[in-house]
Ligand binder design. Structure first.
Ligand SMILES: NC(=O)c1ccc[n+]([C@@H]2O[C@H](COP(=O)([O-])OP(=O)(O)OC[C@H]3O[C@@H](n4cnc5c(N)ncnc54)[C@H](O)[C@@H]3O)[C@@H](O)[C@H]2O)c1
Ligand SMILES: [Zn+2]
Length: 357
């Protein structure tokens, strides 16, 4: 069954449509306008757009999706190609690919000619439930990930769950970790639903996937609407979306972002670590912690990495500019579905907890 879900969102003015097998039809629809349309497409999805190359106002440019395209060099190169094809202020830029294509193209859309209309077609689970929502874009610097970028919302996000059928299971798990995160920070019922439906989810039952994507996006939007530019410091802050990411990012950086540990795996370990900390500090009941651990085990998400105990992991966390004087601010759980911002945890105390896991 084809299902269309429109999320009405007055503040951000982004139309998000979740609809199976919708990509070609969507491109044909927008090509009927007289505007020049520039589609930046992940090579792996070339087959999707091949048959549309006869359309005069559709221009295609291909990139191999991956972290190494989020650079100054690729940014400048793509801008040059667009300018050489006479992109103008009325043109539309469409990104078709995972989070790396989306992040790069969002930044290009906002900066080229001081901004052109941006449409986003995320094709990985992680990009469908996370990176396509919230307007953050950017490229990496030699000083770190995502350090150069803007907030710029696409006018439309077209989500085709059917496109996930070609995604390797490791990538599906990575996106699933962000879905579980959304349930843990905000919605106990959603977590219980995932406990019941995860097998159907991993078997790519489209009804279950569509529902999980829809729910997940709504939770992310809740924080984005309340705190569009990440200024708040309370429990409605966008920072809640960083649950699992304090330790997760530090672990990714310890592994130098290599293929041994992907983002979803790092934040799965980060979520368990931060849930254990929530429990040891007396916020999260033991039976709730066990429920979380049990789901991670059943869904075969990563729970643990021996390197979490290494001193470098904590050092990286202290280096983070938000953490001053050997005290750490971190998002913790008061229960499943209830996150909050805990300030000023002494680093020695954290170290003791980590070493005891
Ligand atoms: N802007 C944000 O708010 C935000 C949030 C989270 C993550 N991110 C960023 O997202 C990026 C990670 O996103 P990602 O995991 O989608 O990475 P990605 O774009 O590298 O895609 C992962 C792999 O999947 C391939 N692929 C894409 N669609 C496919 C499909 N349908 N079938 C088969 N293969 C497919 C790509 O070619 C690539 O090899 C990171 O750079 C991260 O910083 C941004
Ligand atoms: Zn993440």
């Amino acid at each position: 069954m084809i299902k269309t879900i429109k999320l009405k969102n007055n503040i951000l003015k982004t139309r998000i449509i979740i609809k199976n097998k919708s990509i070609s039809d969507y491109l044909i629809k927008i090509s009927k306008s007289k505007k020049k349309i520039f589609c930046i497409v992940d090579y792996k999805l070339k087959y999707l757009v091949n048959k549309l190359s006869y359309k005069d106002n559709l221009n295609f440019l291909y990139l191999k999706g991956g972290e190494n395209i989020k650079t100054n060099r690729v940014y400048a190169n793509v801008c040059d190609q667009l300018l050489s094809k006479n992109i103008d202020r009325e043109s539309i830029l469409v990104a078709i690919g995972g989070g790396t294509i989306g992040d790069l193209c969002g930044f290009i859309s906002n900066t080229i000619l001081r901004g052109v209309d941006f449409k986003l077609i995320p094709t990985t689970l992680l990009s469908q439930v996370d990176s396509s929502i919230g307007g953050k874009n950017g490229i990496n610097s030699k000083y770190g990930k995502n350090l150069i970028g803007t907030f710029y919302h696409p006018s439309e996000v077209i989500i085709d769950p059917d496109i996930l059928k070609t995604l390797p299971i490791r990538q599906i798990k990575s996106g699933y970790a962000e879905i579980v995160k959304h349930s843990l920070i905000n919605d106990l019922n959603f977590f219980s639903w995932l406990e019941k439906n995860y097998i159907r989810f991993f078997n790519l039952d489209m009804k279950v996937i569509e529902r999980a994507i829809h729910k997940s996006i709504n939770i992310k939007l809740y924080y984005v609407e309340k705190d569009p530019k990440e200024n708040l410091k309370d429990n409605n802050s966008r920072a809640m979306l960083n649950f699992g990411h304090t330790f997760g990012h530090s672990l990714e950086s310890f592994y130098s972002y290599n293929k041994k540990l992907n983002h979803g795996e790092a934040i799965s370990i980060g979520m368990i670590t931060e849930a254990v900390i929530s429990n040891k500090l007396g916020f999260l009941k033991k039976n709730e912690l066990n429920k979380i651990i049990s789901h991670f085990k059943k869904a075969k998400l990563r729970l643990y990495d021996k390197n979490t105990k290494k001193n470098n992991i904590l050092k990286n966390i202290i280096k983070d500019k938000k953490n001053l004087k050997n005290r750490v601010n971190i998002v913790l759980l008061k229960g499943i579905g209830k996150s909050f911002y805990k300030r000023n945890i002494k680093i020695d105390y954290l170290e003791k907890i980590i070493k005891s896991i």
